[in-house]
Design a binder for this molecule. Structure first.
Ligand code: 0PR
Length: 398
């Protein structure tokens, strides 16, 4: 840091210079985030100083957080529970706003572990060894962080030919030390949805928790023409991660973690003796009230109708991309379930590099098998798809 500060003009010229190195979303087909809605940006600014780490000081921002949790509970068919005495559970569902899918997944598993080891839930008392969770091979890498941080063994079930979790493989991996299962509703690489209803049956039979990672799919699946069961309507689902900062069009960082029962939140509590509230169940301490306001604002502004239009738009782009790709000889690995396409293109790594270096297209690659991964987001336009396909044709023809 300099001894003397710079002028405002100097600072902003420095920042603008840095900003010019960022990729704007034009020609980005690899991201699950997008431009936040302008309503979200305005709301974010209005609550820029609000700290949800100290709820007593920021009662208004806290009310907005609870309203988001209530609206998300409604969206995800949370059962109605009435706990008037509980701060965190005033409405029909329990939960809080996280920084995103990673934090939600970590906290969901921490809740499982705490409930099991304290024996409070009456489930799986007396584990003999390291607790484990069974997750699909397609699960996001945030679960590797879970394993690392909490000393939990993560067991990976194989996928079926449609890239959904293989149920026989899940059943085989469950043992006496298993505490929970994870299903993905919109996996990162293929956009595929695991059979959550079947996982629920396995979870209930084996007295296991079931966390659904709908970080991406949570704001997509409810608005599809034929939504698949993935939320609290499925009886064994105990928690859900859903990210407003992905298809929810809110600002970063906006994630959410919802629980079917308040015992989960209780299990995450630590005492906060000198704050305005006596305990905290969140992972982070200081946390943004601005993103709670942003999420609340955009959800109220768009309503179900606005999100349905958003998903319809992205699905139209997806169909257009698949149709165009087929015309130039490339098939998708699976028929897209949501706005993610895994396209079978020979030498995909090289193609990806060429698309970026020659034409400025950002795409990504799935791990196994290696395919070109395209995420069609609200920032993409129909005319970009045509341009992309022309460039893909050029790159693959050589
Ligand atoms: N669960 C699922 C199913 C996800 O797809 C992701 C992130 C997470 C959890 C973790 O969410 P946070 O990153 O919010 O903690 N999926 C994207 C991915 O890893 C995140 C992303 C978004 C990456 C935009 C790049 C990007 O430009 O691909």
């Amino acid at each position: 840091m300099n001894e003397h500060g710079l002028s405002e003009r100097e600072v902003f010229s420095y920042l603008e210079n840095a900003k010019s190195e960022d990729t704007d979303y034009y020609r980005v087909l690899s991201s699950m985030c997008t431009h936040p809605h302008k309503i979200a940006v305005e709301a974010h600014r209005l609550f820029i100083e609000a700290n949800l780490g100290d709820l007593g000081l920021f009662a208004g921002a806290h009310r907005l957080e609870q309203e988001v949790v209530r609206m998300l509970g409604e969206l995800l068919h949370a059962p109605s529970i009435d706990f008037p005495s509980r701060d965190s559970c005033k409405s029909s569902v329990c939960g809080y706003l996280t920084t995103g899918g990673t934090e939600s997944n970590i906290q969901a598993v921490r809740g499982m572990k705490n409930l099991v080891t304290s024996g409070r839930k009456g489930l799986k008392k007396g584990l003999k060894g390291t607790p484990n969770i069974v997750i699909p091979e397609s699960a996001h890498f945030s679960f590797d962080k879970v394993a690392d941080m909490m000393g939990i063994e993560v067991r990976r079930a194989s996928l079926d030919s449609e890239f959904r979790v293989n149920l026989a493989s899940v059943e085989k991996l469950i043992n006496a030390n298993s505490i929970g299962l994870v299903g993905i509703a919109g996996n990162t690489e293929f956009g595929q949805i695991d059979p959550i209803d079947k996982l629920s049956e396995i979870a209930l039979e084996n007295e296991l928790f079931l966390h659904v990672d709908a970080a991406f799919g949570g704001f997509v699946i409810p608005f599809l023409e034929k939504p698949q069961p993935f939320d609290f309507k499925v009886p064994g689902v105990t928690s859900i991660a859903i990210d407003p900062h992905k298809m929810g069009l809110s600002t970063i960082p906006s994630g959410a973690l919802l629980f079917r029962s308040p015992s989960f939140l209780d299990s995450l509590k630590v005492n906060t003796p000198y704050l305005t509230t006596k305990s905290q169940f969140t992972l982070t301490g200081t946390r943004s009230g601005a993103s709670a306001a942003a999420t609340c604002a955009v959800m109220k502004y768009l309503g179900n109708e606005g999100y349905r239009k958003n998903v319809q738009y992205c699905m139209q782009l997806t169909s257009k991309m698949v149709e165009g790709a087929r015309k130039i000889g490339f098939e998708p690995l699976i028929e897209p379930v949501m706005n993610v396409i895994a396209l079978k293109v020979p030498n995909s790594d090289l193609v990806r590099e060429q698309l970026l270096n020659r034409f400025g297209w950002n795409v990504s690659i799935t791990r196994t098998p290696r395919t070109l991964r395209l995420v069609l987001m609200p920032h993409n336009r129909p005319e970009d798809i045509e341009l992309f396909l022309q460039d893909l044709k050029k790159v693959t023809a050589e």
